[in-house]
Design a binder for this molecule. Sequence first.
Ligand code: IMP
Length: 434
Amino acid sequence: MESKNATVIGLQWGDEGKGKIVDALAGTSRYVVRYCGGANAGHTVTVGSERFALHLIPCGILHKDVMNVIANGVAFDPEVAVDEIKGLQDRGVHIGADNLSISSTAQVVMPWHKQQDLLSEQQLKDQKIGTTARGIGPCYSDKANRSTAVRVADLLDEKTLTQKIRFIATIKNRIFAALYEAEPMDIDAIVEQYTRLGRDLSPMVRNTGAMLRDAFDNAQRILFEGGQGSMLDVDHGTFPFVTSSSVSACGVPGGAGVPPKAVGHVVGILKAYTTRVGAGPFPTEQDNDTGEYIRRKGKEFGTTTGRPRRCGWLDTCVVKYTSDLSGVDELALMLLDVLSGLDEIKICKAYTYKGKTVKDFDPALMGQVECVYETLPGWSEDLTNCKRLEELPANARSYIARISELIDRPVGIVSVGPGRKQTIANQTQIEGLT
Ligand code: IMP
């Protein structure tokens, strides 16, 4: 039987607008699952006149009858989670054990991870990765190291937690003193804080893998919510300028504890242009008036860190590669309205490397390729009230058609504004949107 599940992933360097599409699909899903990353993500959802910025809690929290799952692949920061839960509850959003589950085997972001993220970036100076400073890399490093890792289940057992914190924090204090001449952390304070956090969160901690496999066996609809963007994938992105988890759809089975078949219909989200935060190669970057125009009109400043995003033209070489990697079934083209008012729009359709056209995309060469652009005519009309494809200016429709052709996939959804209603469904195959 064909799975009803859906996976929503970013096809660029993150911030593509996944939150809006996840929100649109959440209403018809029984489970909404975060399987990668952590509080480095920032998903913005606009409901009526209200804007919600979610970092760790899945976007399904804004819907009734959805079980939101923070799965085993997430770097789970209990401090951020408790703050985010309280912030949402203060705004009238119900959150409890009946709509939020946290995997007992997810890795915990500890204070030393955040400190190490900051210290190591400071030490790298102009070689730095430009992380979100949320402790993501150090947390996943400890996962791989095993003996210095803390998992969610550890937070629930005061004795184990105390022993682990004392053992690990003593090692970290020595390392930080030797490498960065840092002051030692207050170990007792950490024990106290994390015991309290564990107590607050304990009702929601579960074996989420078993829960999701059971849901899959019973054909209950699961929506997997990607974090970041595929070019930040630790295996397939612009390494080392990437995040530390598997953020493409390839990361779903491992990150959620489900069989690969559970991935379902893969929706790839892309902006009508490209942005990137942090360091690393970005072939279509426009560090000029065009980039500034896009940044201002698209409000391109980080949801998590507030940093101005680097902006540039749409790179279809990137999006074709990331779509192929994840087996994307259809595209959702976001923020098309931002391009209104440009006389011409460029689209990168190929790369050359040492004068020759690049046939097979290689993320390792990203810093050395030259872009081959095609120039399309722009449009001046405001798109934000368009409800159907036919209402878009002819040049905007031609732009969409060319994107679809170059990426070799249907553009099922076009978004022309942040609101739930500013979404044009263009023969999408995604159940729940039509
Ligand atoms: P980290 O995930 O904080 O270690 O950051 C590594 C790289 O990924 C940096 O370039 C960050 O700016 C980028 N990054 C991490 N999370 C996001 C996100 O949600 N959107 C966009 N970029 C991100």
